[in-house]
Ligand binder design. Structure first.
Ligand code: PA5
Length: 446
């Protein structure tokens, strides 16, 4: 991942970047010496170099088994337990992977990332006459959304195949020794994969959480890990000048301190949409706390230039844009000829579609800069498994450093408990009765 802030030079100076070095170095020390806030959850830092060989072999074997036994894999999880795998599959498999006839692996559908009865009902119907397997992922093993979805698909498997065969089709990724899902998996004898204690949900894509669904989809996980390992080496350097990951973390904090409180991650390749969703969770949940934090937003260009483009160009000037750009598209083709040049685009004949996309990118970059939006640029060589792994590590590390610069614990998420507490109270969960009555009165339902 190459970082450049050359298009943000009207908003950010070399002197400011140099001044940030001390804070970056302090953040680097906190992270690497594991003495900063939340240091118990920094296992992701050297994860690419300490993959458990035995478990990795089991992941590959399970993926091969899934590919052979199932037309559909249902991946159940929410937040950090599904976003990374979804991002990888969307970015690295063919754009229409699930409906391509020449697909070599199972169709992959996600569940348990919402509480939509409609979604669950439709998904159940969709797979009714297909062979399927389930990978249920939950670090805590107690999260409501995936737990409800798992009930449905476990039942469906047992009805369809009987308990013994269902057992062969359920793959559980959870804590090594705790939680309801762990207990159930142990009791039922499901194949289990471990989410390490010191890796939080949103930093877990390079654990079995991401690796098993990726491998089941046919993604080269060796290449993903190799990219992450190279990133680990490349982004270990303390100097902002030599470390693009730290330069990105520094630049976004300087902009934040100047009132640019929203970061818009823009891509020019629609299949990075879910990667941006993963990124949003990583940064939103890591930095948004203690009344602080850059609000992470995302757009797909040029699609959203026709929806959000107006705001970005002319709206409130409290945002900056980070463009993630793939240098070489996976596929390209020439703009076709058209007799009569009715649409007036004859001047593009012989040019490639990516050539047009690149001009859209460059034109927008300059327009947004002129409109008062600092634009940071992140360039990725290729859209492949290796560069996906590199990008994951790049953003994880930048997030850890950035959170420490901001002065928050980037590895906890106390804020997400508030809705759960209220939901349980309103649902009448044992132990929450008093809160439930109080909340119902507030809602005017009593
Ligand atoms: O990053 C996080 O920790 C969260 O987003 C979790 O991944 C999410 O809440 C799901 O939790 P669990 O895996 O425990 O079901």
């Amino acid at each position: 991942m190459q970082f450049s802030w050359q298009y943000a030079k009207d908003f950010l100076t070399t002197n400011e970047m140099e001044t940030m070095q001390n804070r970056v170095s302090a953040a680097h020390d906190e992270l690497h010496e594991r003495k900063g806030l939340g240091s118990d959850f920094t296992g992701w830092l050297d994860l690419p170099a300490k993959v458990d060989a035995g478990e990795y072999t089991r992941i590959k074997a399970a993926a091969a088994k899934i590919r052979q036994q199932a037309e559909v894999l249902i991946v159940i999880g929410i937040g950090g337990s599904y976003l990374g795998a979804k991002a990888a599959i969307e970015m690295l498999c063919a754009p229409f992977y699930n409906i391509r006839k020449d697909r070599s692996g199972p169709q992959i559908f996600f569940a348990g990332h919402n509480i939509s009865s409609n979604y669950l009902a439709e998904l159940k119907e969709l797979i009714a006459d297909k062979s399927f397997a389930v990978n249920v992922i939950s670090k805590s093993g107690t999260t409501t959304e995936p737990a409800i979805a798992f009930r449905f698909f476990k039942l469906l498997l047992e009805e369809k195949y009987g308990k013994d065969e269902a057992r062969e089709r359920i793959y559980v990724t959870t804590d090594k020794s705790r939680g309801a899902l762990f207990s159930l998996a142990k009791e039922e004898g499901y194949e289990r994969f471990v989410i390490p204690d010191d890796v939080g949900g949103r930093y877990s894509v390079l654990t079995p959480v991401g690796l098993l669904p990726m491998a089941a989809a046919g993604i080269d996980t060796d290449a993903v890990l190799s990219g992450a390992r190279d990133a680990m080496d490349a982004y270990g350097e303390r100097s902002i000048e030599k470390n693009d990951c730290y330069a990105y973390a520094a630049a976004r904090n300087i902009l934040y301190e100047k009132g640019k409180t929203i970061e818009v991650l823009a891509n020019y390749e629609g299949s990075l949409h879910d990667f941006a969703e993963w990124w949003k969770q990583l940064y939103g949940e890591s930095e948004g706390k203690d009344g602080k934090g850059i609000f992470p937003a995302a757009v797909d260009f040029s699609t959203d230039l026709h929806s959000m483009g107006q705001y970005l160009q002319d709206g409130k000037r409290n945002l900056f844009e980070t463009v993630i750009r793939i240098k070489t598209p996976r596929r390209d083709m020439d703009v076709p000829e058209m007799a009569g040049n009715i649409d007036g685009l004859g001047f593009l004949e012989g040019k490639t579609v990516d050539y047009v996309n690149t001009r859209a990118f460059l034109g927008t970059l300059l327009a947004h800069t002129d409109g008062g939006v600092p634009c940071l640029l992140l360039e990725m060589e290729k859209q492949d498994a290796y560069h996906f792994g590199r990008a994951v590590y790049f953003f994880e590390k930048a997030c850890g450093i950035s959170g420490y610069i901001l002065g928050v614990n980037p590895f906890d998420q106390p804020g997400v408990e508030a809705y759960k507490k209220n939901m349980f109270a309103l649902l009448g969960k044992p132990g929450y009765a008093e809160d439930g009555e109080r909340l119902s009165r507030r809602l005017g339902t009593m």
